[in-house]
Write a protein that binds this ligand. Structure first.
Ligand code: NPG
Length: 356
């Protein structure tokens, strides 16, 4: 699906979003899931070709062989396969959607959402000039976004942040995301960011460097949030206990599913750790599920779940729109949206049917 503008991060530039949708067809219902893997293993080790392969050869056969498939016990059923969180999260989403559709219950109420609308922010990629950046951010602020996350990398950090701050004022909630682009021995510019009242700095160093994040946390005044480092509920607890982060970003795909994401949320609430729901340029299918999750009580910081038109010219589901910096959580059964067959037909590159 073409993006409205190229999306540049420290790990590369995307012009389109290739998505892998999973549709589960059972006797009484059907459900949709989305695998958030990208075409290349640059942001994250899983990639679309690999996810398709592991679904086809390992994960889906386990489902097809099982006498009974339930979302609550799905991860147990899939336990002969290690890793591949994004692929297993997609299957879980589709099974959960089918189950909830057949009982007429919304995903939001099933997960324990306590609100009807979610406060959201927008992510702005790296661009060529600070003027261009300021004009993009100003457009989003005019559209109603109250929190903006800027992608940074070495050489694109202090200047862009300073320019956005001075153009748009101190009230704008601003945070930055390095996607692990800095080395732990090059922190001068990162420390300089302390001047700009950022809500947090996300993933400064490579995912495995928990101790380096913990050391950096003792030097910076800006709260550290981890994303790519947090690969499971257990690793999330370890990272917080180590002091590697004081804020947690939850992404169902990275954690292995919506139910693991819910567990991380609950643990953060029990420990008073600020937590928010991330996004990964999902189509309306994954976006709907993220919105349901972001309705949980602990998600008090704005989520990275922007309106569909911030990224897509046309989405496969009805678009999600922004009102007063918030987006409504779908209230219908399951994830509450379906892909439009006509749009889906136009953008589909490949279909594969796996059956019993
Ligand atoms: O889905 O509303 C959205 C955008 C959120 O830009 C977003 N996420 O680094 O977290 C990120 C970034 C991302 C996008 C990550 C695509 C991976 C893939």
């Amino acid at each position: 699906m073409p993006l409205v503008r190229p999306f540049r991060r420290s790990v590369g530039t995307e012009h389109t979003r290739e998505a892998l949708l999973v549709r589960v067809l059972c006797d009484t219902a059907e459900g949709w899931g989305e695998c958030v893997a990208e075409p290349t293993p640059s942001y994250w080790g899983e990639y679309l070709g690999g996810a398709t392969d592991v679904l086809r050869r390992f994960l889906v056969p386990l489902l097809l062989e099982a006498p009974r498939v339930r979302a609550a016990t799905l991860q147990e059923l899939l336990s002969p396969v290690r890793g591949h969180h994004m692929a297993r999260a997609a299957v879980e989403m589709a099974v959960l959607d089918a189950e909830l559709r057949s009982s007429g219950r919304s995903l939001a109420s099933h997960l324990g959402a306590v609100r009807e609308r979610v406060s959201v922010g927008v992510v702005v990629g790296i661009v060529d000039t600070t003027e261009e950046l300021v004009s993009i951010v100003a457009g989003y602020v005019d559209a109603g976004y109250r929190r903006v996350k800027l992608k940074i990398e070495p050489g694109w950090d202090l200047q862009p942040v300073a320019s956005v701050r001075s153009a748009l004022g101190d009230d704008l909630v601003l945070q930055v995301d390095a996607n692990g682009a800095y080395r732990p021995d090059e922190t001068d510019d990162l420390l300089g960011l302390d001047e700009y009242g950022l809500a947090m700095i996300e993933q400064p160093f490579a995912p495995d460097l928990l101790l380096d994040h913990a050391r950096f946390a003792t030097q910076t005044r800006t709260p550290i949030c981890l994303d790519e480092s947090l690969t499971s509920p257990g690793v999330t607890e370890a990272a917080v206990e180590l002091g590697a982060c004081s804020v947690v970003c939850v992404k169902p795909g990275r954690l292995g599913g919506l139910l693991a994401a819910q567990r991380v949320h609950d643990w953060c609430v029990s420990r008073d750790v600020p937590v928010w729901c991330g996004g990964m340029l999902e189509t309306g299918v994954g976006r709907a599920a993220n919105l349901a999750l972001a309705g949980l009580p602990g998600f008090t910081l704005p989520s990275d779940i922007s309106a569909s038109d911030s990224y897509f010219i046309e989405d496969v589901t009805r678009p999600f729109t922004l009102t007063d910096g918030t987006i409504a959580i779908p209230s219908g059964p399951g994830i509450g949206v379906e892909p439009d067959e006509e749009v889906l037909g136009r953008v589909t590159m490949d279909v594969e049917l796996l059956r019993r």
